[in-house]
Design a protein around this ligand. Sequence first.
Ligand code: HEC
Ligand code: HEC
Length: 355
Amino acid sequence: MKDIFQPFVKLLTLMVGLLLSITLLTALLIGIVIVVFSGGSLPGVDQSASSVPAVSTVVAEVYRGVVPKEGMWVAPAWNTVDQEPNAEDIKYGRELIANTSEYLGPNGKVKKISNGMNCQNCHLNAGTAPLGNNYGAVASTYPKVRARSGQSEDIPKRINDCFERSLNGQALANNSKEMIAMVAYMEWLGKDVPKGETPKGAGIYEVPFLDRAADPIKGKTVYAQQCQSCHMEDGQGMKKQDNTGYIYPPLWGDHSYNDGAGLFRMSRFAGYVKTNMPLGATFERPLLSDEEAWDVAAYINSIPRPKKDITKDWPDISKKPIDHPFGPFSDEFTEEQHKFGPFKPIREARNNTTK
Ligand code: HEC
Ligand code: HEC
């Protein structure tokens, strides 16, 4: 009897053994997959983008695959725009922000008042991208007194600031169809933001100050490795074939923003670039270190660009931002340090005088 069953017992043991090893192997594989996918998440970059892991459940406008985190500002859904009585203005406003040059650039079909750049080059995705210099806080915070002009500014005045500085051009009349449209678009974007509030994720990311001055020489290396492929070695970018604007906008020289523009301040430039450049970077997945962002800002903002008469700016010099690079200042620091840093000593000195 024993001899007859022995082969079966052996076969059975073998089969059970095989089954066990397959199960174990599968469990191991599943384990690996879980670890890889959950551990692969990137560290958060800032205070304003909270580390809450939950992704917003709102159907957000997704820009380059980024869904704004819980609590971050999200533009109203574009497909609801037709419910508005001024839908046509809002749509034209968005079109002007996205394709400014086609309408208002050097060969603009409406007017020729700006340098060929689009508002969208700096206000990404028509001013809706999280930490892409978006317009989330415009409707809720204007009009407001701005220290640069020392006056109360409404939305048209602020838009014209960017025309005269960032687009190195001329102002639009407040009653023009174009101005009315852009204001309508911005007011619609911010319609759900309570008055006076600046929502999370609005505007530009604040890169922490370095302990040293930003270094244009190091920045030149960053530029060559990370920026030049699109913005070109001469910084002039690449024009569209039909000459209506740029595929890659210029970063310095005659066709770029002037020295009175926001991006000429190092903190604005570093912050914009940290969460948006090289193209494809986002606040969740930045591609530059903080040092690289400051250094490349120092390099680009050291190369000549158009000048603006800004003698009337900052009537109260004690209100100049720490990184405004033109004196006179209310402190003892040089223009050089106000341009490149280190900024921490300036901030400390300011904190002490305001105590
Ligand atoms: C070269 C880059 C650049 C271009 C092009 C540009 N802007 Fe700006 N814009 C900025 C920067 C930088 C700021 C300041 C952001 C900050 O300090 O947080 C700004 C701020 C603004 C603000 C105020 C936002 C706020 O929350 O206070 C408005 C409105 C605005 N821009 C409209 C426009 C319009 C309209 C155009 C096109 C006509 C335009 N911008 C083109 C760089 C640019
Ligand atoms: C893959 C191409 C690409 C690379 C690489 C790239 N950019 Fe850009 N950059 C763009 C495009 C495209 C825009 C305009 C975005 C839009 O209109 O939606 C832009 C816009 C900008 C702007 C605002 C507009 C202007 O011209 O002033 C700045 C500043 C900028 N880039 C800096 C940089 C820096 C610094 C680097 C390197 C760290 C870099 N970019 C790398 C494609 C690129």
